[in-house]
Design a protein around this ligand. Sequence first.
Ligand SMILES: C/C=C/C(=O)SCCNC(=O)CCNC(=O)[C@H](O)C(C)(C)COP(=O)(O)OP(=O)(O)OC[C@H]1O[C@@H](n2cnc3c(N)ncnc32)[C@H](O)[C@@H]1OP(=O)(O)O
Length: 255
Amino acid sequence: MLSYEKTDHIARLTLNNPPANALSSTMLNELADRLDKIEKDQTIKVVLIKGEGRFFCAGADIKEFTALQQASDFEELSKQGQRLFDRMENFSVPIIAAIHGAALGGGLEMAMACHIRYASENAKLGLPEMNLGIIPGFAGSQRLPRYVGNAKAYEMILSGAPISGKEAVAFGLVNKALTEDVLFSEAEKLASMIAEKSKPAIQRIMQLIPYANTTAFADGSNAEAKAFGEIFGSDDATEGIQAFLEKRKPIFTDK
Ligand SMILES: C/C=C/C(=O)SCCNC(=O)CCNC(=O)[C@H](O)C(C)(C)COP(=O)(O)OP(=O)(O)OC[C@H]1O[C@@H](n2cnc3c(N)ncnc32)[C@H](O)[C@@H]1OP(=O)(O)O
């Protein structure tokens, strides 16, 4: 589900879970295990993440949602994703996300936990959870405003509509938008530039920049996980997920 390769101090992770590279619980576990291994390997200076197939990642595995029952199951799923993405954000090795096609829901939440994002110009980046009658659960409600500001975050989350890679640059959500044919080679170039730097210097930078974070973020993430669990008890969440699986428009009743 997660391919791995290492050359020239660069670790390359490829999400390979067709058709959508969805973040199933297995994928989340594989990512966590791989981070453990990367952290122990002192020769790795930078990590590059991309997706196989048509897009980067379409988010949490909606098909797995139907197997969960209680609010507490969903709260735990939310916490599992949040723990993983906090770990990525605070990782001692820089992580670059190369986003083509789409980074939606958990896929964007994961990309936002990376340190640098390159996207294809026409990639769709968004948090479409409200189209399913649910809300973001992997800390998207906390990380998105940090990058794009509150007004744009409200618009993106409440409308569920994605923005393009080009627009994402304008709002500070991604570093660069590139045509799809050069996206991966440009991300590789950046990784090579970082891989040429001193590992201890890289490590210090990785320790220093997170000081800019505040404790309110953790409080917000906790509140998000609780709300994520609660929202799954609603009729609209059941309807939204069912409608997605049946490929039809959901009929929400606001309950
Ligand atoms: C805490 C975190 C919560 C979340 O992350 S909730 C999930 C948030 N993400 C979404 O809501 C995205 C949902 N997916 C889409 O909007 C669309 O899909 C895409 C834009 C990614 C692609 O659209 P198109 O090119 O028209 O393809 P297609 O026929 O809709 O999808 C291809 C196959 O991929 C499956 N799929 C797409 N996203 C997910 C997903 N997130 N989880 C599980 N499966 C997914 C579909 O069902 C289908 O599968 P089949 O070919 O078997 O019909």
